[in-house]
Design a protein around this ligand. Structure first.
Ligand code: NDP
Length: 236
């Protein structure tokens, strides 16, 4: 099994992205992460990029390609929330979440696809969320941006599936990171009641699924939505 491929994880400086980058490093891959601020984990190359900025994405990719070679595995992980009920949601709350979660995915996948097409090999893994299909009050912007990734990955599969490139969605449930730490304690307790597993997951539990999706064992899986949610989204 080949584990010396080049990987780029967006938003790999903290949370789920950082755990994914650490797993790839541990398995021997050549790993780069994008960050807007601090550094990625040990053993990674950190490049600066805001995924809402196409020129910054292009420059970051060029830096990784020069240092490590063409990107063969892309994990589009960078994402934000701006939660509020629909009637209170501003244009900026909506646009910034869509521009980051969906637009950012578009920018990085488009840029990565060039090298993947040339190599006739690639893995595109999009980090969505259980709420993309389950829905979530107060997250119209976020849920819409995350469910859109399913249509994105499936369209990409139809476009590039014949060129050795797979595109899949990983849909985490509630994972212990800065994003969920912001939730009030009573909201966290309410969520836990509805999760069959009865607990939140660690970021590493998502990372293990992502590295598997990138492996040779997952070569015939494309356009799939893989939940990592303790059963929360069953049937959706
Ligand atoms: P964190 O808030 O811990 O980290 C978010 C990461 O995304 C950071 O690295 C951040 O960079 C980066 N990022 C945000 N906006 C941009 C941008 N415009 N350009 C570049 N990087 C950006 O989030 P999580 O680790 O919890 O979430 C990671 C992904 O997993 C997200 O897509 C999220 O929606 C998804 N997810 C998370 C769940 C959870 O329970 N935590 C559940 C389901 C899905 P910086 O440090 O510079 O801000």
């Amino acid at each position: 099994m080949s584990t010396d491929r080049v990987v780029l994880v967006t938003g790999g400086n903290r949370g789920i992205g950082r755990a994914i980058a650490e797993r790839f490093v541990a398995q021997g891959y050549k790993v780069a992460v994008t960050s807007r601020s601090d550094e990625g984990p040990a053993g990674t190359l950190t490049v600066r990029a805001d995924v809402t900025d196409a020129a910054a994405v292009d420059a970051a990719f060029a830096e990784v390609e020069n240092a490590l070679g063409p990107i063969e595995i892309l994990v589009a992980n960078a994402g934000i929330t701006k939660d509020t009920l629909l009637l209170r949601m501003t244009e900026d709350d909506f646009d910034s979440v869509v521009a980051t979660n969906l637009g950012g995915t578009f920018r990085v996948v488009k840029r990565a696809s060039k090298g993947m097409l040339r190599a006739r090999w690639g893995r595109v893994i999009l980090i969505s969320s259980v709420v993309g299909l389950y829905g979530s009050a107060g997250q119209v912007n976020y849920a819409a941006s995350k469910s859109a990734l399913v249509g994105f990955a499936r369209s990409l599969t139809r476009e590039l599936g014949g060129r050795g490139i797979t595109a899949n969605v990983v849909a985490p449930g509630f994972i212990e990171t800065d994003m969920t730490a912001e939730l009030p304690a009573d909201t966290q307790a309410e969520y836990k009641k509805n999760i069959p597993a009865g607990r939140f997951a660690t970021a590493d539990e998502v990372a293990g699924v992502v590295t598997w999706m990138a492996s040779d064992d997952a070569a015939y899986i494309s356009g799939a939505v893989i939940p990592v949610d303790g059963g929360l989204g069953m049937g959706h």
